[in-house]
Design a protein around this ligand. Structure first.
Ligand code: AMP
Length: 197
């Protein structure tokens, strides 16, 4: 059952308002569907937008932020229902990864891509079988999806790995995918291993 949704997204404030609107829509839908937001605990960029919107609609917010980033990311989102401060980035990622029942990726920068690639590669290797959905606002992820196709064409990744991620046009589509997901749809023959410590 889907209860906790991990959301990876931008910390940047220098982005177009349409991305902010999509992040707010994600926060609202999480609240309306009774799903907890599990995220990086920041109050900047799309991270802050999702969290504030979830709260504004009565949702629950669980944030995890490393001590060293509390200042860098414009101070943590202190009003989260639960805010865990970790010693390291690795611990932050581990807590988000283990708490979330599935992952949604909104537009973002290097940090967002790193988090996407981590959950994707862990799933490819069978360390988990949680669903991953990309919210492809205005085809934001097209260059990345084209790169993935290049990997399939050139044999660096197996085409059947396409099932490891779902590309949704909007937040509703991403959450619908997570809610409908059953582990049987994972890549054929992929064993589920325990996540690394
Ligand atoms: P960005 O997409 O670069 O704006 O970053 C989004 C979030 O990812 C921020 O909370 C960053 O702190 C986080 N982040 C940045 N680098 C990493 C990393 N190496 N591993 C995990 N998260 C990161």
């Amino acid at each position: 059952m889907l209860h906790h949704v991990g959301v990876y997204c931008a910390s940047s404030n220098r982005i177009d308002a349409r991305y902010v609107a999509v992040a707010e829509e994600m926060g609202r839908l999480l609240a309306e569907r009774g799903l907890e937001l599990v995220y990086g605990g920041g109050q900047v960029g799309l991270m802050g937008a999702v969290a504030r919107a979830a709260h504004a609609h009565g949702g629950r917010v669980y944030g995890v932020i490393p001590e060293a980033l509390k200042t860098r990311e414009g101070v943590a989102y202190d009003v989260a229902d639960e805010l865990v401060v970790t010693g390291t980035m690795q611990e932050r990622k581990r807590l988000i990864f283990t708490r979330a029942d599935g992952f949604v990726v909104l537009p973002g920068g290097f940090g967002t891509l790193e988090e996407l690639m981590e959950v994707l590669t862990l799933r490819q290797l069978g360390y988990h079988d949680k669903p991953i959905a990309l919210v492809n606002t205005d085809d934001f992820f097209r260059p990345l999806l084209d790169l993935f196709e290049h990997l399939y064409r050139t044999g660096f990744a197996r085409p059947e790995y396409r099932v490891l991620y779902h590309v949704a046009p909007d937040p509703a589509g991403a959450l619908d995918h997570l809610a409908a997901y059953r582990p049987a749809t994972r890549a054929r023959g992929m064993p589920v291993r325990r996540p690394p410590r």
